[in-house]
Design a protein around this ligand. Structure first.
Ligand code: PAF
Length: 288
């Protein structure tokens, strides 16, 4: 961790240059990619990044390529002042904050894309066509600009993490991708920038997702393998309370496909809309 004030750079080439200087000094570099509106989930990633590297780069970029035409790109909360203060407080060395034109200089349409097949087509990928192409493309760019030794992502976005791990492995990217456990509010709600969209009543209801995840987890630990029934009952429970559930899915932990016989580890994933917010969460279940 360095004592120097946080540097803020928008231009990709300047970031690459700064990181190159650190590397020449033999320093290890970590990257925490974010879309800003930072909360304790993000600062936990920054803290963990300091544990595994000498210099920490955080990127803030609300990536238009990963939003569908009717999604919340315009409304996505942008709080640069607060974010900068928080990152300074958590001793970030470099904030990479590009404009859209810095990362997509000839527009998004004709930009080279990175596609991770199969994993990107399931669950959230099936409901948000093109979303994971947008994520993989921007994360590949961030990896190329920063060239970190390690990049850290929250496990709340379980499918996103799986897509990024696969991309890094398939494209032989020379870095370690680290998943960090989900940070929750005291009542169990997974921290997310989109929680801001909830009004007081919805906020009080939102932790039900975590309760339902735990109920399904207990059922699996007790030996239940009637996945379709478990999924349906959980979704019904949420819908009766006012959620509009996109899916509750029990999946193989690495392929995210339906579980094979005698699974050793599963993941339960939920995506549900509540008011203006689309909330996602998951729980891993070790059965070995
Ligand atoms: O999880 C996010 O905040 C974004 O999807 C990411 C990984 C920064 C890519 O834009």
């Amino acid at each position: 961790m360095s004592n120097v004030r946080m540097e803020i750079i928008a231009k990709p080439r300047q970031v690459t240059q700064r990181v190159r200087e650190w590397r020449k000094q033999g320093l290890k570099v970590a990257l925490v990619p974010t879309m800003g509106n930072l909360h304790a989930g993000h600062t936990t990633l920054v803290e963990r990044a300091h544990e595994c590297a000498d210099r920490v780069v955080v990127s803030i970029f609300v990536n238009p390529l990963q939003f569908g035409p009717n999604e919340d790109f315009q409304a996505y909360p942008r709080t640069p002042k607060e974010d900068h203060q928080l990152l300074e407080q958590f001793k970030t060395d470099l904030l990479f904050a590009p404009e859209v034109s810095d990362l997509y200089p000839h527009g998004m349409h004709s930009h080279t894309k990175v596609e991770v097949p199969d994993l990107s087509d399931l669950l959230c990928g099936a409901l948000r066509p093109g979303h994971f192409v947008g994520v993989a493309t921007v994360v590949a760019k961030l990896f190329n600009v920063v060239q970190p030794d390690v990049a850290l992502f929250g496990e709340k976005d379980f499918q996103q993490l799986a897509v990024i791990r696969r991309m890094a492995a398939d494209l032989c990217m020379p870095l370690e991708v680290l998943g960090i456990p989900t940070v929750r509010d005291a009542d169990g709600l997974a921290m997310s920038s989109r929680n801001r969209y909830l009004d007081a009543t919805q906020r009080a209801l939102a932790p039900t997702i975590y309760r339902v995840l735990n109920e399904v987890k207990t059922a699996l630990q007790q030996g239940r393998r009637d996945y379709a029934v478990l999924q349906q009952v959980a979704a019904q429970q949420l819908n009766q309370l006012g959620f509009n559930t996109d899916y509750v899915a029990v999946r193989d932990i690495s392929t995210l496909n339906a579980p094979e016989e005698n699974p050793k580890a599963l993941v339960i994933l939920v995506a549900a809309r509540l008011g203006k917010a689309r909330l996602i969460d998951n729980l891993v279940v070790q059965l070995g």
